[in-house]
Design a protein around this ligand. Structure first.
Ligand code: IMP
Length: 203
């Protein structure tokens, strides 16, 4: 199946930018929804949440829709932050952090506090991608990347936990890498390239 255009079920500008950068070289144009839908991410897995988002946007706009649900899983406190990655600062476990100056920085501050003096700093990013095509038809893929959480943030590119995540085999954080370098090895890059390969076989 040849897909030239997909709608993206996200209003997170940094995630949208990454998905566009990954799909553009594969010849797929990404369309941003004309309005934001409030989709409650009530699933307990990345896959359920990705499916809920893709289906909701498809039903509103009737265009094949891609959704990414992703997060960081830290071995010492697994499965956290997990499905709570975006709002880790606000969950009661380990105490709340004020979202100051923003949510990403509060999430990082809390995670570094929780991991203080912990020697096991292994973690992985996971991305679940759902492409919903209507009529109950769709495809899903998953991508992962392993790495370590460092003790203080480095770099100002990317988003989320990028400044404290050093992928295995590298000595820079995701936030210090150029976007193309991150996309070659990232969970999201892997999951979206798998989706592209699967689409070729999909009738
Ligand atoms: P979602 O929008 O519910 O999928 O939330 C994903 C959250 O996981 C983001 O807000 C980030 O905190 C984190 N996350 C996912 N992917 C990445 C990434 O590539 N870099 C850094 N953080 C990420």
């Amino acid at each position: 199946m040849k897909l030239q255009k997909v709608l993206i079920a996200s209003s997170n500008p940094k995630k949208v930018k990454e998905i566009k950068e990954i799909l553009r070289p594969l010849g797929i144009e990404v369309i941003v929804p004309p309005k934001k839908l409030e989709v409650e991410e009530k699933g307990t897995t990345f896959l359920e949440n990705a499916y809920l988002k893709a289906k909701a946007y498809y039903e509103e706009f009737k265009i094949p829709t891609v959704a990414d649900d992703s997060g960081l899983i830290v071995e010492a406190i697994a499965p956290y932050p997990g499905v709570y990655s975006a709002r880790f600062h606000s969950i009661p476990e380990w105490g709340k952090e004020e979202p100051i100056p923003n949510e990403d920085e509060a999430n990082i501050r809390k995670l570094l506090r929780v991991l203080k003096n912990k020697t096991n700093r292994r973690a992985k990013f996971v991305s679940n991608i759902v492409l919903y095509l209507g009529d109950g038809k769709g495809i899903f893929t998953e991508g992962e990347v392993y790495g370590n959480i460092i003790e203080s943030p480095k770099g100002d590119k990317g988003f989320g936990y990028d400044p404290i995540f050093v992928p295995e085999g590298y000595n820079q954080t995701f936030a210090q890498m150029e976007p193309e370098e991150k996309h070659k090895i990232s969970h999201r890059g892997k999951a979206l390239r798998k989706l592209y390969e699967l689409l070729k076989e999909f009738k």
